[in-house]
Design a protein around this ligand. Structure first.
Ligand SMILES: C[S@@+](CC[C@H](N)C(=O)[O-])C[C@H]1O[C@@H](n2cnc3c(N)ncnc32)[C@H](O)[C@@H]1O
Length: 392
């Protein structure tokens, strides 16, 4: 039911000013015969040295202007935006999503949807939104800072449903974290899975740096974690190690460059039922694009920054396509807001064994032949990929 506009907008004010409750808000569009200036505004909380503030990004359609506001300035900034003739307000808080649309008659059409804790990205430090309490001594022992805790928590949110789905009957769940580094994720995942999915879960962290395995084993013992081990090995070495059998889930959080491809290839060879990989730097395809004599749409790769971004997209598209061809259901999602890490894409795959359609095969072959690239993952899985391409 349409309602008077001014009181409806007034109800948004406290939501926008609540830096602890606000997740994100966007004002956009315009009212009949009116033009807001700026043409769009986005608000979100940010944690700065001075404390949490509201970040307001406004744009006139060309250059974004970013301001971080707190106290009286935040109130004034928000009042100024509410006074602009935007056609829509979309306000996400921890508890609800409020959509306000201004009708042709200048009234407000408001829709309020309750939000479950599961849907919030875990970027605030309130216990109900964390799978592992940020005050858990594990994080103190690990020495993880708030940013890492958020990242780990967001990753666990993605892992939880897959772990429940692939937990085998009659034996314990086996998880391997490749390129585990300081093992923040390995230990938090182990703790979470043992508490929520399988008390007997077996977890192994692998990292090429020998000092990591020693340090991680010591920290795990200090944290009282059992069923968790560490290996100083390259991913390639892990592939040949007979101890790694019956792996159900492969994790790879920011494994550098082609170490992500090593991890995905290994997951396929192990027939891991679940795979969660958040890629890091992508140099392989970038290099191939640079070296190619001709590429389509030259402008896409002429400028280094655009080439880098495009190579990121191309690399992860090829990875997702290849996993699909090899019998996985794949989604590429943003696992955490980009203000916490710019490397926030996650390749999430579950093995289904479904054979690819001719269309899927054509999509992949068109992609790599158009761009003259041979993705690192395809190189590592040459026999498997050739078999699939030849079978359709
Ligand atoms: C950016 S760190 C990420 C660490 C951890 N996963 C995290 O997110 O905190 C990448 C890690 O991958 C490890 N690494 C890189 N290439 C590797 C390889 N081929 N085999 C095993 N570990 C590798 C590095 O030693 C490093 O610790």
């Amino acid at each position: 039911m349409p309602e008077p506009l001014v009181p409806a907008l007034d109800r948004l004010r406290p939501l926008l000013l609540d830096a602890d409750g606000l997740v994100r808000a966007v004002a956009s569009g315009r009212r009949r015969n009116q033009h807001p200036d700026p043409s769009r505004a986005e608000l979100r909380p940010v944690d700065l040295k001075q404390g949490r503030q509201i970040q307001v990004t406004t744009t006139d359609g060309r250059i974004p202007v970013v301001r971080n506001l707190t106290g009286e300035a935040a109130g004034q900034g928000i009042d100024a935006l509410l006074a602009q003739p935007f056609g829509n307000w979309h306000v996400e808080t921890r508890d609800s999503i409020v959509q306000l649309r201004v009708t042709k008659r200048g009234e407000a059409q408001v829709h309020v949807e309750a939000r479950s804790a599961e849907r919030v990205d875990g970027s605030h430090d309130r216990p109900p939104n964390h799978l592992i309490d940020p005050d858990d001594p594990l994080f103190r022992i690990l020495g993880a800072d708030a940013a890492k805790r958020r990242q780990v928590d967001a990753f666990l949110r993605q892992l939880a449903p897959i772990a429940r789905r692939v937990k085998p009957e009659g034996r314990s769940l086996r998880v391997v974290d490749l390129g585990c580094g300081n093992a923040y994720l390995t230990m938090a995942a182990h703790r979470y899975l043992a508490a929520e999915v399988d008390p007997d879960v077996q977890t192994l962290g692998v990292d090429i740096r020998p000092e990591m395995a020693e340090r991680n084993a010591r920290v795990a013992a200090e944290a009282g974690l059992t069923g968790l081990g560490f290996r100083a090995a390259s991913i390639e070495q892990a592939a040949a190690d007979p101890e790694f059998t019956g792996v159900d889930i492969v994790l790879a959080l920011h494994a550098c460059d082609t170490a992500t491809d090593d991890s995905l290839a290994l997951a396929v060879r192990w027939r891991a039922q679940g795979v969660l990989a958040a890629p890091c730097c992508h140099h392989d395809i970038q290099r191939q694009l640079t070296e190619a004599e001709t590429v389509p749409f030259g402008g896409l790769t002429r400028h280094p920054i655009l080439r880098e971004r495009f190579a990121d997209v191309l690399t992860d598209t090829a990875r997702a396509d290849l996993l699909r061809l090899l019998g996985y259901r794949v989604e590429v999602v943003e696992f955490i807001d980009s203000r916490h890490t710019p490397r926030n894409a996650l390749i999430r795959a579950v093995h289904t064994g479904t054979a690819p359609t001719a269309r899927r095969v054509a999509e992949y072959t068109d992609l790599v032949s158009s761009w003259h690239v041979d993705p690192a993952l395809a190189q590592r899985l040459r026999p498997e990929v050739d078999a699939v391409l030849g079978s359709v």
